[in-house]
Design a protein around this ligand. Structure first.
Ligand code: SF4
Length: 233
C-alpha cells in the first residue's frame, strides 16, 4: 500500500521531519521529481497554509510557493496585510507530479491522484502536529480533500470558519478553505480580479480567526466537518 507513514519519524522537530521526508518513497512520485519539497516558514506560526503540490519552480528550488502561484499568493497576502514570514506554508503532496509536452522539454503539472494524496497525508499530519497552528488555510480542492475527505467541496464552504477533530494531538485548529492561487492565473482574464479579491477576502477571514483565538481563547462557532483520517498518533 502507498503510504508515507513508515518514513515519518516520531518527532516534533521540523528539521528532523524535513530531513526524513527527503528519503520518502511512500508513493511513486519521488521517482521523477527532482526532490522533496517540504513545508517552510515559522515553526511557531499561528496560521498554516496548505497547497496542492510543488510546481516546476518549486521542484527545482526545493521550496514551496516560489513560482507563479507563489507570486499570486504573495500579492494576496500583502493585500490582506498578512506577513508571509509569520506563516508556515506547505503542500498536501510533497513531490511534483507532471507530464512532459510532446518535445519532452516542458514539464506540465498533473493533479495528484487520491491515492497519492492519501499516501502523503502522514507528512501533513506530522506538520500539523508539530506546528500546532490556530488556523489552517486549505488552498484548493486537493488540500481540502486531503484533510476533510473526498466529499468536501471548496465551492460550498469557502471562506467559512470550519472545525474538525482528530487532526492534531492537542487542540483543533480552525480551518478555512479557499481557492488555490494558481486558479487566479488559470481562470478567464475577465474574472481574474474577482478571483483574486475572493482569495484575499478568505485569507482575511482566516487571519482574523487567529486574532479571535488570541483574544477569546477559541475560534468560536463554525461548521463542523468530520476529518478524513485520525491523528497520526
Ligand atoms: S509524494 Fe509524498 S508520499 Fe509520495 S514519495 Fe513524495 S513525500 Fe512520499
Amino acid at each position: 500500500m502507498n503510504s508515507a507513514a513508515p518514513f515519518v519519524p516520531e518527532t516534533h522537530q521540523l528539521s528532523e521531519l524535513a530531513k526524513a521526508a527527503r528519503h520518502c518513497k511512500g508513493c511513486p512520485l519521488y521517482q521523477d521529481a527532482t526532490q522533496t519539497v517540504f513545508g517552510s516558514g515559522r515553526p511557531s506560526a499561528r496560521m498554516m497554509l496548505i497547497g496542492e503540490q510543488p510546481g516546476d519552480r518549486e521542484d527545482r528550488a526545493g521550496a514551496p510557493f516560489v513560482g507563479p502561484a507563489g507570486r499570486v499568493l504573495d500579492k494576496a497576502l500583502a493585500a490582506a496585510e498578512i506577513d508571509r514570514a509569520e506563516l508556515y506554508l506547505t503542500n498536501a503532496v510533497k513531490h511534483f507530479k507532471f507530464t512532459t509536452n510532446e518535445r519532452g522539454k516542458r514539464r506540465i503539472h498533473k493533479t495528484p491522484s487520491r491515492t497519492e494524496v492519501e499516501a502523503c497525508r502522514p507528512w501533513i499530519l506530522a506538520e500539523l502536529d508539530t506546528i500546532a497552528p490556530e488556523v489552517v488555510v486549505l488552498l484548493g480542492a486537493t488540500a481540502a480533500k486531503s484533510l476533510l475527505g473526498n466529499d468536501f467541496r471548496v465551492t460550498r464552504h469557502r471562506g467559512e470558519v470550519l472545525h474538525s477533530t482528530g487532526l492534531v494531538s492537542e487542540g483543533d485548529p480552525a480551518l478555512v478553505a479557499t481557492i488555490h492561487p494558481s486558479a487566479v492565473l488559470r481562470g478567464p482574464s475577465e474574472s481574474r480580479d474577482e478571483a483574486f479579491d475572493g482569495l484575499v477576502a478568505d485569507l482575511r477571514i482566516a487571519y482574523a480567526t487567529t486574532r479571535t483565538v488570541r483574544s477569546e481563547g477559541s475560534a468560536g462557532s463554525g461548521t463542523f466537518i468530520p476529518a478524513e483520517s485520525p491523528v497520526r498518533r
